[in-house]
Structure formats: C-alpha cells, structure tokens
Design a protein around this ligand. Structure first.
Ligand code: DGL
Length: 269
C-alpha cells in the first residue's frame, strides 16, 4: 500500500495549486494521480446534489487505480460532498476546508475571519462550521466571488479588471475588521496579489493548499503509508475529462515543467 499513488481530484485545472503544494510537502517517492473534470467545470455554480454525483464518479475513477489516499483539492466538493465521499471508500479522504479553517484560526488575532469562495462553497456554510469547531468565539464574514474563477482561468490576475473586481467584492471586508482571509477556492491563490491589495496589508491571506498538504503528509505518516526512496522521473499521471490541449499548456506553465503523462478519460463506470 505504501507504494500506491495518491489521488488528487479537482473540478478542473485550479487543483494544480494543491498538487504543487503536495509535491513540495511530500517525499519525491510519492506518486500523484491528478484528475481534473475539465468537461464539467465549474462545480461552484452547480447544486450540491449534482456536485455530489460528479464527486462520487471522479473518486471511484481514481479508486479503481488503487490509490492509498484521496485529496479533494476542490473547495466546492470538499464543502458539499466530503461526507458522501468518505462513506464511499475505505481509504483516507482529505478535503481542503478543515485544514484551511484550522490555519485561519491559528492566524487570527482579532477573531474576525473573512472567507471567500464559490457560490456553492459559501452557501454550504462549511467554512463557518469548521471555524466554529476550532474557535467558537470567532466571527466569520463570508462572500461568494464567482468571477475570480474565470479571471484566473484567463490569466487575468494582475490587471485593472482583476483589481476592480477584487475591490468591489472585498470592499466590505475592511469595515468588518477582518484580520485573516481564507482563499476558499482553488483558483484564488493565483489572484493573491490583487486580493491582498483590496483588503490591505494588515490581513493575513490563508491558502488552504499549503495547510492541506501538511495534513496529508501527517495522515500518511501516522498510518505508516508515506513512501520512501526516490520516484522514477515522470511518474505523476494527469487525467482530464475534456481535450487535454489547454490543460497541457496552462498546467505546464503553472507547474513549471511539462506534464509528461496526460490523458483524456471517460470517468463513468
Ligand atoms: N475548484 C473549485 C473550488 O475550489 C473552483 C472551480 C469550480 O467552480 O469548479 O471551489
């Protein structure tokens, strides 16, 4: 089991932020199998029922490849489908909400925490509940910022459109007195610069990707599942459900190297 791969599942390309954090946190001997449901992205605008159905299909697809753990890189799936995914498999399933919420609770001094995410993530209230579990005295101010996803996909992360969008979405956070802001969506770390400018220098931005990667490492270590020894180069495998051209281009730019094993697949049973 120690030699089995780790599944990383996202609705599309944004989960590569989590992939990158996992690569940095895990030993080189770990093999990652990434699935991006690029044919059906975005999940964040869909109903919880639909997201759960898609999540189970993707998780079973990766499960058939004999993985030892599953990382749900997508905040939307983590917010609405984590319980169903855990019930559906024996292997550990780690989402991004718990680790992100915990990191925010550690970072806040004033105990006023902002959370931004997709419409489905914010509607679910998952971050607010997770923060309340760790720090019941905290006040959470949340807001859906759906336009950040297409901006990040387009690479418009540092121009006047991105800046104006961030200013409009985030103007109320300043008067609410937050000192910590959770970037509760895979794509938002790409807009960290303009988001930081909009909320001002006194606010700590929490990226769930890094927090999740250290939880995955700890979980594998405690179960004796952390891989040892170096991995042969090019072992990571990327699966997508739509044409792989755009994923190859954006993904290699994002990860700083070619995606050697990239395959378009049909994830239905
Ligand atoms: N991966 C999604 C998330 O983190 C963003 C993209 C989508 O809406 O599918 O919530």
């Amino acid at each position: 089991m120690r030699d089995a791969g780790i599944g990383v599942f996202d609705s599309g390309i944004g989960g590569l932020t989590v992939f990158k954090a996992l690569r940095a946190a895990l030993p080189p001997g770990e093999r990652l199998l990434y699935l991006g449901d690029t044919a059906r992205v975005p999940y964040g605008t869909k109903s919880a029922e639909t997201v759960v159905r898609y999540a189970l299909e993707g998780s079973r697809f990766l499960g058939r490849r004999g993985i030892k753990a599953l990382v749900i890189a997508c905040n939307t799936m983590s917010a609405v489908a984590l319980e169903e995914l855990r019930k559906d498999t024996e292997i550990p399933v780690v989402g991004v909400i718990g680790p992100g919420a915990e990191a925010a609770c550690r970072a806040t001094g004033r105990r006023v925490i902002g959370v931004i995410g997709t419409a489905a993530t914010i509607k679910s209230g998952a971050y607010t509940r997770a923060i309340a579990r760790h720090l019941p005295q905290a006040r959470v101010v949340d807001r859906a910022c759906p336009l950040f996803v297409p901006l990040a996909e387009e690479g418009w992360v540092d121009n006047e459109v991105a800046r104006a969008t961030a200013a409009l979405y985030l103007q109320d956070f300043k008067s609410e007195g937050i000192d910590t802001l959770v970037l509760g969506c895979t794509h938002y770390p790409l807009l960290e610069g303009v988001i930081g400018e909009a909320v001002g220098p006194g606010v700590v931005l929490v990226d769930s990707a890094r927090a999740t990667a250290s939880v995955v490492r700890a979980r594998l270590l405690e179960r004796g599942l952390l891989a040892e020894g170096p991995a042969p180069a090019g072992e990571d495998h990327f699966f997508v459900t739509d044409s792989s051209d755009r994923f190859r281009e954006v993904g290699s730019r994002f990860l700083g190297g070619p995606l050697l094993r990239l395959e378009q697949v049909d994830i239905q049973d």
